[in-house]
Design a protein around this ligand. Structure first.
Ligand code: GDG
Length: 459
């Protein structure tokens, strides 16, 4: 079995404690550690233009080599901020209103993909298997193929793949589809995403079905499959049950007897946070007798702060929090806590365990790991209730959650009421059914099934 080469936009440099790292980074590191390999990507740094080619930054940690490069400010702006995060991200999350398309950004996106491929190419060994991650790198396989790279190339898309009508709003969508077929294996979060890709491509060109899951288009043969990403429920459960730090004792006291709602995500418009605030307001209106008995804590650390749409949503949340608390709060009760801060992962899992309801209502989401982490953090004998958007990939598996339309405030308000009045036996039953799924579809199984399929292409 050859080396595994992981390529991602941002590279997670060795974190020797591992405690602070998220599940995905740990899952990929486990794979790299098992078979030895290389992790290649951007190191998060911006460099001055000197006219000289900058050497790669490399680091060896046991049997994993890390190789990273920096970007110039211009490359960062065009490839990362503009094309990746102001064209692909909003379009793939169905927010065409937020797409700001510029041909220069598309060209920069292609150019950076080619530059990254050029840097990786000399590091490759003939029996490597290459696994590329996410929407920043849709053209990466095609760029590597220009160097006659023959090694199997797999790709996993962490975000949704949109319906063809939405995709077609992007001026370069045909080229994007064609470039993606240079991968040998295309993995998506759900069957819905894989089907959306297939139907988009079928509308554009002749697609030959070699057999179910294997297709030919644009002179390329590619495998197509869904691989729902999971978590490591046992390690989350351990973190959630660990001893409470002194700070937490105070938090527990403060949570008091009220029913506690928790929500946590990067501050991103795809996560539906303003819509959720309004649904919570509908709940307070519809069930006035519950005021004073409920408390909603929204954790939302800033992300992509340089993109205008992210600055706008941050201001919107600050305003809405003030408005809702001003309207409904009393001298002794604050209905909504909005924390624009990053929390330590160990603390976060403990907070999940202490709260009664997780309100996870993205407008679109590839999977949504927070929903799975919340379930894994619960006490199985007295678990909290998961309210989940039907537009999160996780809803395909977690059908025992209270599934809601995040645009329907009344429905979300009713679900909150249903959650706070749900009997313990029903909570236990729903939680157990969902945990059986999480225990099966773990992060380990996700990467093993993807890599098994990729290695089979070699045979
Ligand atoms: C993309 C796709 C897909 C969040 N706030 C804090 C914090 N987090 C952690 C969560 C979770 C991770 O970040 C977020 O993962 P999600 O899956 O919920 O969402 P995205 O960041 O949008 O991820 C998504 C995922 O890729 C994987 O394929 O599921 O659909 O959009 O682990 O716990 N962690 C800490 N402090 C925080 O304040 N420590």
């Amino acid at each position: 079995m050859g080396r595994l080469v992981v390529v991602s936009n941002r590279i997670a440099l060795p974190d020797h404690s591992k405690n602070g790292a998220g599940g995905l980074a740990v899952g990929l590191l486990d794979a790299l550690q098992e078979q030895g390999g290389l992790w290649f990507g951007w190191n998060g740094e911006i460099r001055e233009i000197t006219g000289e080619d900058e050497p790669l930054y490399t680091e060896q940690d046991k049997n994993i080599t890390y190789a990273a490069c920096s970007l110039t400010q211009n490359d960062y702006d065009l490839y990362y901020s503009q094309f990746s995060n102001t064209v692909i991200w909003p379009a793939f999350h169905y927010r065409l209103d937020l797409v700001e398309y510029q041909r220069e950004a598309w060209e920069g996106y292609l150019r950076v993909n080619q530059m990254l491929a050029e840097k990786l190419y000399p590091l490759l060994q003939h029996n490597d298997v290459i696994w590329v991650h996410d929407y920043h790198l849709l053209p990466f396989a095609a760029a590597l193929r220009l160097h006659q790279v023959k090694q199997p190339l797999g790709f996993f898309l962490h975000i949704p793949f949109p319906a063809p009508e939405v995709l077609m709003a992007l001026p370069d969508y045909q080229e994007i589809l064609r470039l993606m077929t240079a991968y040998d294996l295309l993995g998506f979060q759900t069957e819905r995403d894989a089907q959306a890709f297939l139907s988009a491509i079928t509308q554009e060109t002749d697609v030959v079905t070699v057999e179910k899951g294997i297709y030919q288009a644009y002179g390329n043969t590619f495998h197509l499959h869904d691989y729902p990403i999971g978590v490591d429920p046992d390690s989350i459960s351990k973190l959630a049950q660990g001893p409470l730090p002194p700070k937490m004792q105070a938090i527990r006291k403060e949570l008091g007897d009220a029913k506690n709602i928790i929500a946590c995500e990067r501050l991103d418009y795809s996560k539906g946070i303003p819509e959720r605030f309004l649904a919570y307001e509908s709940f307070l209106e519809k069930y006035p007798e519950q005021r004073g008995n409920i408390r909603y804590t929204q954790i939302a650390p800033t992300s992509r702060g340089e993109v205008q749409a992210y600055q706008a949503i941050r201001h919107q949340l600050e305003t809405e929090t003030g408005r809702i608390n001003g309207k409904y709060g009393t001298m002794s009760w604050t209905p909504l806590y909005y924390l624009n801060q990053h929390f330590d992962r160990r603390l976060l899992m403990k907070i999940f365990r202490l709260t009664d309801i997780a309100l996870i209502t993205p407008l679109r989401d590839g999977m949504n790991l927070v929903a799975k982490e919340y379930l894994a953090a619960q006490d199985p004998a007295d678990p909290g209730v998961l309210i989940l958007s039907k537009f999160a990939g996780a809803a395909c598996e977690l059908t025992e959650a209270l599934l809601v339309n995040p645009y329907d405030r009344d429905e979300v308000a009713r679900a909150i009421y249903q959650a706070i009045t749900m009997s313990q036996s029903e909570r236990v039953d729903r939680h157990a059914k969902m945990m059986a799924i999480l225990q099966h579809q773990t992060i380990t199984r996700w990467r093993e099934t993807f890599l098994d399929d990729l290695y089979q292409i070699l045979e």
